[in-house]
Write a protein that binds this ligand. Structure first.
Ligand code: SF4
Ligand code: SF4
Length: 129
């Protein structure tokens, strides 16, 4: 895992998210695609325009559900659960498997108890680019 681009953890399906919400509670950038926007709007019972006005922001051509300055806790409820979990975007589904840099991986390791558990259990995770 020494590249700064395209780190992917090889967890062999052993990752079991504890649904603690620690990753969602950390303000970050949560990207969504057009099809994900459609799915999330439908899940919330909103038309696309209303959803876009209330829940999306835009940055450098990306649509975002959350950023450090916009809805930083995203759809996390008071019980630390994602309110749109069944239709959460792919960027959430692949967390914490794929990272764009070592710094991002280290941040995830600091906050994710399940990743810490696996790293304790197996040593440093195998990675592929
Ligand atoms: S969409 Fe849900 S799972 Fe993804 S960051 Fe937001 S609250 Fe967390
Ligand atoms: S921090 Fe890890 S264990 Fe907690 S919700 Fe996020 S992915 Fe799951």
């Amino acid at each position: 895992m020494n590249s700064d681009i395209g780190i992917q953890l090889d967890l062999n399906g052993s990752f079991k998210c504890q649904r603690c919400g620690a990753c969602c509670a950390t303000s970050g950038w949560v990207y969504v695609t057009a099809s994900e926007i459609t799915a999330i709007a439908a899940f919330l019972g909103l038309d696309q325009l209303t959803f876009t006005q209330q829940y999306l922001t835009h940055d450098r051509g990306w649509d975002l559900l959350s950023s450090p300055s916009f809805r930083p806790h995203c759809f996390l409820d008071s019980q630390n659960q994602c309110e749109i979990y069944p239709v959460r975007p792919q960027s959430c589904r692949t967390y914490p498997y794929q990272f764009s840099s070592m710094a991002e991986y280290r941040e995830a390791l600091k906050r994710c108890p399940e990743l810490q558990r696996l790293v304790r259990k197996t040593g440093r995770q195998k990675t592929k680019k």
